[in-house]
Structure formats: C-alpha cells, structure tokens
Design a protein. Sequence first.
Length: 345
Amino acid sequence: MIPRTWTVSKSGWRNSASLDVMNILIVGTGSIGRRHFRNLHALGFRKLAVVRSKHRMDGPQREFFAKYRPRVFYDLATALAERSDAMVVSNPTSLHVRTARVAIRAGAHVFIEKPISHSRSGVAELLREARRRKLIVYMGYHFRHHPLLKAAKRLLDAGKLGKLHSARFITGEYLPGWHPWEDYRKGYAARRDLGGGVVLTQSHDLDLISWFFGKPRLVAADVRSSGALGIPVDDIAVITFATPRCPVVVSHLDYLSRPPVKEFTISGSRGRLEWDYQGNFLRLVLANGKARTMKLPTGFKRNDMYVAEIKDFIRCIRQGRKPETDGQAGAAVLEIALGAMDARR
C-alpha cells in the first residue's frame, strides 16, 4: 500500500497516491526541530534526514529517534552533498545565518526558525545570495497562522476600530518550565553565546506588531536581566514603538510570568480588540459597549500553526511564490529587536 502524501496544486493541498520526492534536511533535533520533522512526516514526506552536533541525547530525543529512526548526519557538508531540496534551520539562533548560507550555496530553499539571527552580521549577504540564486528564505513566525490573529488582521485592515491610538502586547512565560527535562540555564534561550534572551527568543510579538501596524519606529526600551533566574541574558523587556497605523504600541516580554500570559489590547476611535491566547478568544468591543467574541475553530491545536507554516513553505517552493514572512521580514524583526537591545546601553 502506497502511503497517502500531500502535494501542492494552485488551489492548495490535495491528497496524492505518489510518494513525495522532495529531499528535506532538518538541522537541529531540539524540540522545534523534532516538531518540524514530525509534521513533515505526518504530511507524507519520507525523504527526511536530520543533522545534529552531538551523539548524547535527552529523554525526548531518545523517544523521537526510537520511533522515527531518521537518517542522521553529524556533518552538514556531508548531508548537503546528497542534494537536499530544502532545509529547516532549527539549531541555536547564533548558528542560523551560517547554516542557511551553506544551504543556499548548495541550492536548497531554507526555512529558518525565528529569529533570523542574533546579530546583523551576514544577514544582508544571506538574503542577497538567496535572491541571486532565486531560492526562498522562509521565516518561522507561526503565530501569523493563528486563526484568531488572522481574524484580528482582517478586522484591523477593514478599519473596524476606526483611527487607532494605542496597543499593548504582553507575552510572559516562566523559562524553567519550557523544557522541564533539561537545565534551562544550558538551553539556547538563556545563553548569550547562542543568541538567547527574551527579546530575540520571544520576537513573535515584534513580528505581529509589524504585520498589524507597519514598520515600527523605536521610541524607548527598558531591557534587562532581573537576576531572578540566574542567567546572563535579558529576561524582561518593555519596548515602546510608534508605527504608521498606531502611534503608541507597547510590547512587554518576560521569562518570568507564572502562569503564562500572551495577549494584546488594541484601541481605536470606534472600540477595542482584545486577544487572549490562553483564554482562546478574540473580542471586538465597540464604542457603544456592544461586544462580539470569536473563539477558536473546534478541534484547533497549537501544532496546527506549525503545520500551516510548513505547508506554506512547500507551496512557496513549488509555486515559485514569495513568502509573506520572507527573509526580509525576518531581517526587519531582527533590526527592531537589536534596536531595543542597543537602547538599553
């Protein structure tokens, strides 16, 4: 029996009885790398391989390798010698640009987990080389695929709030609780040398702000390490922006909040828009007090966003289409994040 797989037509995804022929390489087998592998496998892709830097594994990695038994490389050049069509870059942030440039030079399209990098070094060169070779650089900002955030974008674009005047975004989650099976102080999110820190690691909100309101201009930033977690990177930040569509936008990010919080409030002359990720709702409150609450579709799971973005990446490759979250979008978010971090000094 031939496994059911997915292929792409101009109308979208459809079932196919033929095995997918794309060679896809996943670099990094941490939690996000394993997630992308599982999603690609579930979509029917079988020519999958992984690259990892060490032989030692934690418990979740041992379970993953026992179940999927992927082809494993410990050297990127050797893996790319087998002519990969696409690569998923999911290693530590500080290695993203170097890894992606090797892939681009080998002729592979690239999906890069956010953020694109921890510094400006090499980013422009990476994007120029990709354009010259006509290869796609896709950024993994999966919240753009959240149904309620897509609805919020539609409401904003339709002018339902009238003239916007302010917005506040809050994202906070206790870092030691992310991966309880490992020492959080050794993970990339807590290490400066690997590109960690809350501003870079939690840059989803910076991407959403750009998506909703246009290119932000930094007004003020307070980015610091509270000392509460004993890590040498920023674990709390409050950043204020002015944007083309909304004059005052504040982003609060932290590694400290228990329980986790992820929400925003956007206010305008005709009302306000409230989103609560944990509460699973988007609420439009009009100036007259009338409210409309939108809930997530039945059966929606967090992983659906990751599946949607990897499907979109494959569509872009096959249709020769520029992604909405392309390398330029990733570079723009990086510039915002670095600007905020520079402002603290």
